[in-house]
Design a protein. Sequence first.
Length: 318
Amino acid sequence: MRASPKTCASGRLRPTCPARHVPWTSGQARWTWLAAALALLPACDRPPPAADPGPARRVLSQTVLSDEILWDLGPDARARVVGVSVMADDPRYSRVVGLWPPEVPRLAATTEGLLARAPELAVIASFTAPETRALLTAQGVRLLEFASFVSFADYRRHVRALAGAVEAAPAGEALIADLDRRLAALAARRPADPPTVVSWGDGYAATGATSFADIARAAGLINLPEREGLSGHVPVAMERLLAWDPALIVIACPATAPDDPACPAAEAAFVASAGVSATQAARDAGVVAVPARDLGSTGEGMLRTAELLQTRALARVR
């Protein structure tokens, strides 16, 4: 995984998110002031919450994961979407690039256009800015929070919550059934002698309590840093990686599919790094480049990564 353990606005854990520490613009400052003012309004000035909110007819998505799930839920769910995240068309993070029609606006969480779309429900993340929450809540917008992005269980929970909110429960259960079918296929093909693996990038490794930990388990691999008792995305120097000498080393590549030439090029460049050529991963074709958007994903991207890693692991022992 890449450089930082932080979580980004796309709903992805680093490595794939861009730096978030950017100077506020005057528009952002105005947005924050407005949110704070609305949060202080007397309760009687706010729209009263509905006793039974029922299904949402106008949905605003503010995470890449919800952009993807809403698209996967099918035409009826898509018809309720009045806005998606600003990263919906960014190939570094999203697998629904170009799928949402142009008339569905791509909205950043700091834009005043959020309320202009008159949403009934906004899908946010645990790290959504407090001022954004305050403004939406003050205007009576219901919030559906995606609170974790590190496991297949998280994905199932998010799919069910969002599918229920847009009256697409059967479609949601179909997505989960497909996930579970493919996970079962992975379990049936697990290597008899599980190889060790490290996901590493720019000096950081994905250890326990990360999406990669679940990926490794699904593929039948031993996440070596997790076995060492590490948790989260932690600094791991190249010297330590070489000392671990895992059978597989996973890196990110700037591509949307593993057969993109950028992925084998990334593998070759990594093998040529100082000291790497002496590792068993380099000797036995165990350096595996995974599209960054899959490596930092929850759900479908995690599954694709597990399938790729298991295929490469099994190919090594034949």
